[in-house]
Write a protein that binds this ligand. Structure first.
Ligand SMILES: [Ca+2]
Ligand SMILES: [Ca+2]
Ligand SMILES: [Ca+2]
Length: 264
C-alpha cells in the first residue's frame, strides 16, 4: 500500500510538473533570471539617457532661438541706426547746399553794395570839391610866382632834386603860408601825381595809428586812393606819399627824404 501510495505521489509530482505553463518552462530554460533583470535595467537606463538627450536638445534649441531673436533685434537696431545716419547726412548735405546758395547770394549783394558805396563816395567827393570851388570862385585866385594854378587853387612843387622828410617838407610849406597838399578828388590826385611821381602829401596817422588825418585836422573820409596792400604800416610808417607810376598812396617812414607839394 505504501508503495502504491508513493508511486501515486511520484505520479502526482510528475503530473504537477506536466501542469506547469509552457512559457515559464521556456524562460527558465532560455534566460536566467539575473539576465532578465540586467536587460530591464539597461532598458531603463537607455530610456533615461534618451530623455536626457531630448531635454538637452530642447534646451539647446531654446538657447539658439533666443540667441537668434537677439541677433534679429540687433540687426533691426543697426538698420535703424543706418537709416537715421543716412537721414542726418542727407539733411546736412541739404543744409550745406543751402548755406552755399546763401553765401553766393550774400557775396553778390556785397558786391552791389560796394559798388554803390564807391559811386556814393565819388559823388560826395565831387560835391565837396564843388563846394570848395564855389567858396573860392567868389574871387578868382591869383597864384604867386612859381606856383601852379589848378581848379582855382595854388600849388607849390619843391625844386627838382630837392628832398626832405615829411616834417621838414611841411615846415617848408608852412613858411610859404600854405601846407602840404590835401587831396580830396581823383582830379586833384591826377594833377599832383603828374608833377611828381613820388611826393609827400599832407596825410598822416602819427597821432593815432591807422587814424588818418589831413594837415588841416580833418579826418580822411572815404577809402582814399591807396595802392593795393597799403597802408601796411611796415616798420611803423605814419606819413603818406604818392609813389610808383600808378599815382596812388603808400604809407612810408616819415624820415625818408623825397620831393613835396604844398597847397594854398
Ligand atoms: Ca586839395
Ligand atoms: Ca602808421
Ligand atoms: Ca607802406
Amino acid at each position: 500500500m505504501s508503495v502504491a501510495f508513493n508511486s501515486k505521489s511520484e505520479e502526482g509530482k510528475r503530473d504537477s510538473c506536466t501542469l506547469m505553463a509552457p512559457d515559464d518552462r521556456s524562460k527558465s530554460a532560455w534566460l536566467p533570471q539575473s539576465l532578465v533583470w540586467w536587460i530591464g535595467a539597461a532598458a531603463v537606463c537607455l530610456g533615461f539617457l534618451l530623455l536626457l538627450v531630448i531635454l538637452g536638445l530642447v534646451a539647446q534649441n531654446g538657447r539658439a532661438i533666443s540667441h537668434w531673436k537677439k541677433l534679429q533685434v540687433g540687426l533691426m537696431e543697426c538698420e535703424n541706426l543706418v537709416y537715421n545716419l543716412t537721414k542726418d547726412r542727407d539733411a546736412l548735405r541739404d543744409e550745406r547746399e543751402q548755406l552755399k546758395r546763401n553765401s553766393s547770394s550774400l557775396n553778390k549783394e556785397l558786391d552791389v553794395l560796394q559798388s554803390q558805396y564807391k559811386a556814393v563816395a565819388a559823388s560826395r567827393d565831387k560835391l565837396q570839391e564843388d563846394v570848395r570851388r564855389l567858396n573860392h570862385s567868389k574871387t578868382e585866385r591869383n597864384c604867386h610866382q612859381g606856383w601852379i594854378k589848378f581848379n582855382n587853387k595854388c600849388y607849390y612843387a619843391s625844386d627838382k632834386g630837392a628832398a626832405k622828410t615829411w616834417e621838414e617838407s611841411r615846415k617848408d610849406c608852412l613858411q610859404r603860408r600854405a601846407d602840404l597838399v590835401i587831396i580830396t578828388t581823383k582830379d586833384e590826385l591826377d594833377f599832383v601825381s603828374k608833377i611828381y611821381t613820388r611826393t609827400w602829401i599832407g596825410l598822416s596817422d602819427m597821432q593815432q595809428e591807422n587814424k588818418w588825418k589831413w594837415v588841416d585836422g580833418s579826418d580822411l573820409i572815404g577809402g582814399g586812393f591807396w595802392q593795393s596792400g597799403e597802408p601796411n604800416n611796415s616798420g611803423d610808417e605814419d606819413c603818406v606819399e604818392i609813389s610808383r607810376s600808378n599815382g596812388e598812396w603808400n604809407d612810408a617812414l616819415c624820415s625818408i627824404e623825397i620831393p613835396w607839394i604844398c597847397e594854398d
